[in-house]
Design a protein around this ligand. Structure first.
Ligand code: COA
Length: 241
C-alpha cells in the first residue's frame, strides 16, 4: 500500500511525475524502472502504508522508507545505491527501526523481499549493512547476511566470547560455540544464529545463538551470488512471508 513518493534532487523536491532535469539521474540509478514501478515494488508486500523519499545524486541515490499506521510513522530506514570502485552497483542498508509494538511480526522480511525485488532488475547482487543497534546483530544472519571478510567475523567472535565469559553456559555448549567462532568462514554465523540450546530455554527464550548475537556490531553483506546465502534467504522468506 503506497502512501506517497517524493523525489528530491539538487533542484528541489518534487512529487511524481519526475521532472525532466532529474530524469537523467533517475535513469543512472534506477535504469528502466519508473518511479511508479519502484514505488509499487517497494510497497508490494507491506500491510502498512509506505511513504518513500528518494534523493538523487551523481555519486549515489538514497531513499528513505517510512512505514505508517494511519498517519503515525511506525518505522523508518534509509537505503542507498552506490558504485564500488570496480563500477558495480550495490545497495547499502542503513539502520532500520520499527516501533516496539510492530517488532516481531515479520515486517523486516516483507520489506527486504520488496527491496530485493527492486534490486533484481537493476542487477544488484550485493547488499551491505552495519549490523548493530539492539537487534541487528542477530536479525540479519537469518536472511543470509554474514560478516564481510574474516576480520569482521573475528570481531563478532571477540564480542561473543566476551559475552560468554559473563554468562553461565554449560561447558559443552561453550565448546560448540567456540568451534563456530574459531572457523574461518564468516558464514558460520548462520549456524551460531540457529543454535537453540533447548535446555537453556528459560534463560534464553529466543534461543542461545540469537541472544549471543543480539547487540553485536559488524559490517555485513548479503551476496546473492552465493548459493548458500540465497538458500538461507529463501528459507527465511518461506517462514516469514
Ligand atoms: C530489527 C527490527 C527492524 C526487526 O524487525 P522485525 O520485523 O521485528 O523482525 P522479525 O519479526 O522478522 O524477527 C524477530 C526475530 O528476532 C528475535 N528476537 C526478538 N527479540 C529478541 C531478543 N531480545 N533476543 C534475541 N532474539 C530476539 C525473534 O525470536 C525473531 O527471530 P526469528 O527470525 O528466528 O523468528 C526490529 O526488531 C527493530 O526495529 N529493532 C530495534 C532497532 C534495531 O535493532 N534495528 C537494527 C539496526 S541494524
Amino acid at each position: 500500500m503506497l502512501a506517497g513518493l517524493t523525489l528530491t534532487d539538487r533542484l528541489g523536491t518534487t512529487t511524481v511525475p519526475i521532472s525532466t532535469s532529474a530524469l537523467e539521474l533517475w535513469e543512472e540509478w534506477y535504469g528502466n524502472l519508473s518511479p511508479e514501478s519502484v514505488a509499487n515494488l517497494l510497497s508490494q508486500y507491506m500491510r502498512q502504508p509506505l511513504a518513500i523519499r528518494v534523493w538523487l545524486h551523481m555519486s549515489s541515490s538514497s531513499f528513505r522508507l517510512f512505514l505508517k499506521d494511519e498517519k503515525t510513522p511506525v518505522g523508518s530506514g534509509k537505503r542507498r545505491l552506490l558504485r564500488s570502485p570496480g563500477g558495480e552497483t550495490y545497495a547499502y542498508h542503513h539502520i532500520f527501526v520499527l516501533e516496539e509494538s510492530y517488532q516481531g511480526k515479520g515486517m523486516v522480511a516483507r520489506l527486504l523481499k520488496n527491496l530485493l525485488d527492486m534490486y533484481q532488475p537493476l542487477g544488484i547482487t550485493k547488499v551491505r549493512l552495519t549490523a548493530g543497534l539492539s537487534q541487528g546483530g542477530q536479525i540479519w544472519p537469518a536472511y543470509g547476511f554474514r560478516p564481510e571478510g574474516l576480520s569482521q567475523w573475528r570481531q563478532v567472535g571477540d564480542q561473543v566470547r566476551a559475552r560468554l565469559r559473563r554468562l553461565r553456559v554449560p561447558a559443552q555448549r561453550e565448546r560448540e560455540i567456540r568451534d563456530y567462532l574459531d572457523g574461518d568462514d564468516p558464514r558460520e554465523i548462520w549456524a551460531l544464529r540457529d543454535l537453540k540450546a533447548p535446555e537453556l530455554a528459560q534463560e534464553f527464550p529466543h534461543g542461545l545463538g540469537k541472544s549471543l548475537l543480539n547487540g553485536t556490531r559488524w559490517q555485513g553483506i548479503l551476496d546473492l551470488g552465493d548459493t548458500l546465502a540465497v538458500i538461507r534467504l529463501k528459507d527465511a522468506f518461506r517462514r516469514k512471508l
